[in-house]
Design a protein around this ligand. Structure first.
Ligand code: PLP
Length: 480
């Protein structure tokens, strides 16, 4: 590659041997931060001898449930084992059954689309908006069929989706809305909290999340007492467990074992006390970073419409090929070049999702339960093709993210250096552009397909596993 004048030497790009914009001593603070108060909360549970929601007299879990219901503004909250189970249980409480369709966004974490599958419901994907990265209301409406039972709306990266528009569409068609607010603790939409707007809504408390636990956890929120009772039954074998007195051990319906742990509840309650101040500080830190990046025409920082707030769980930046003097078709290689340059400078720029969810093998090759739900009688043939989600593909190709490094409220100075790194990369844009234009490039989803093949072969040998019944897409999937 030919370096721009001044691109090499001490002040040059770190990937060409220059000094890093982010000094090595400036480390990413561990998340979640663990204080003495958190440790004390955990010790309290250990001393109590009551470890799960099934332990008679356990108080931390109900206390977390009422704290979180108050925070979100719903009448009820049900704690569960993790955020994925929270979605399955919410859908189960709504009465989603095998063969029903559940609309989900094409860009999200796999859990959003795996959760319907756990109930043998068919995930139906819709494309996203290129500015908010959330599902497009018109695409949701176009995906509705007589089999649609629910819409799982994800507030991706912490920015609330178009809830009023989606809510109106759902109401018109008599379909329930479930908010998957796993990434959006505390975010607001038109004055309402994420997780208070759907019929029943879910959060994750996974260690990676803005409100975390020490391990795995999830929360379900709803105003509907019957849905809350059903979700509570589903988390424990379909039983109705009384607050006091004897447990009957009667399974009224099929349920799972997705009980929450008391240690995790106590830890999160302790974190919750600091949550509002930490979220405020994070908002300030991130806004400062984004204000500096907004001055660099080559980067498109996340947008926040005026009627909502962002929880800043993940920061996604798109690159502008034209600003770098490149043709639009080089946006992917440019993103790869920028990502590499930023990483060398010390910014943990990384992808979030290498492919649209429908391109995941589990869907495209129909690796459900014995080919179900797709093989169920009456379920229409529905190919999962990544090409049907052009905006998701484009966003995956031309953007990268920063995850976790910005979550700690003390991350301000680090983020300032990250802004320096972005500025430095922009300063050396001609070198970056030349590098991008010469880069051998495979789009992330094609690269991921190759990795998947190799990974499978390492685990199970070179023979390709048998694709499930009815998989019109399976061989095509291998070639992409
Ligand atoms: C959008 C989204 N939904 C659901 C989940 C699942 O949560 P958990 O990891 O707690 O099962 C996650 C977790 O990463 C997520 O980001």
């Amino acid at each position: 590659m030919t370096a721009q004048k001044g691109a090499t030497g001490r002040d040059g790009l770190a990937m060409l041997g220059g000094c890093r914009a982010v000094p090595r001593e400036l480390r990413i603070a561990a998340w979640p931060a663990v204080t003495e108060q958190d440790e004390e909360a955990v010790r309290r549970v250990l001393a109590s001898g009551r470890f799960t929601s099934a332990s008679s007299g356990e108080r931390e879990i109900p206390a977390l449930e009422s704290d979180w219901a108050r925070q979100v503004g719903t009448r009820h909250c049900v704690a569960v084992g993790n955020g994925t189970a929270a979605i399955s249980l919410a859908l189960g409480a709504l009465g989603v059954e095998p063969g029903d369709e559940v609309i989900v966004p094409a860009l999200s974490f796999i859990a959003t689309a795996a959760a319907p599958l756990h109930l043998l419901a068919v995930p139906v994907f819709v494309d996203i908006d290129p500015r908010t990265f959330n599902m497009v209301p018109a695409a949701v409406e176009a995906a509705i069929t007589p089999r649609t039972k629910a819409i799982v709306v994800v507030h991706l990266h912490g920015l609330p989706a178009e809830m009023d528009e989606i809510g109106a569409i759902a109401a018109r068609h008599g379909i329930a809305v479930v908010e998957d607010a796993a990434q959006a603790h505390g975010a607001e939409y038109r004055g309402r909290q994420a997780g208070s707007m759907g019929a029943i809504n879910t959060f994750s408390l996974n260690v990676s999340k803005n409100l975390a636990t020490c391990g795995e956890g999830g929360l379900i929120t709803t105003d509907d007492p019957e849905l809350a009772t059903r979700a509570t039954m589903l988390r424990q074998f379909g039983e109705l467990i009384p607050d006091r007195g004897e447990r009957s051990y009667v399974s009224h319906m099929l349920g799972w074992n997705n009980k929450p742990g008391a240690v995790q509840a106590a830890f999160t309650r302790s974190q919750l006390e600091r949550f509002p101040q930490e979220a405020k500080q994070r908002d300030e830190n991130v806004r400062q970073l984004l204000a500096r990046i907004a001055e660099l025409p080559g980067f498109l920082p996340p947008q926040v419409p005026e009627d909502r707030t962002h929880a800043w769980h993940i920061l996604r930046f798109r690159v502008d090929a034209a600003a770098f003097g490149l043709a639009d078709r080089l946006a992917g290689p440019l993103r790869a070049a920028v990502q590499r340059a930023l990483r060398a400078e010390g910014v943990p720029a990384a992808p979030y999702q290498l492919m649209p969810l429908p391109a995941q093998r589990v869907f495209r090759e129909r690796r459900g339960l014995g080919g179900h739900p797709w093989a169920l009688p009456g379920v229409p043939e529905r190919p999962y093709r990544e090409a049907d989600f052009p905006v998701t593909l484009r966003v995956i190709d031309d953007s990268f993210t920063i995850q976790k490094a910005h979550l700690h409220p003390g991350a301000g100075p680090l983020l300032d250096r990250y802004a320096d790194a972005f500025a430095k990369v922009w300063e050396h844009r001609d070198t970056i552009a030349q590098y991008a234009a010469s880069l051998p490039y495979t789009p992330p989803w094609e690269q991921a397909a190759k990795t998947a093949e190799a990974e499978w072969a390492r685990a199970f040998g070179p023979t390709e596993p048998q694709a499930s019944a009815g998989s019109a897409e399976s061989s095509e999937g291998k070639c992409r």
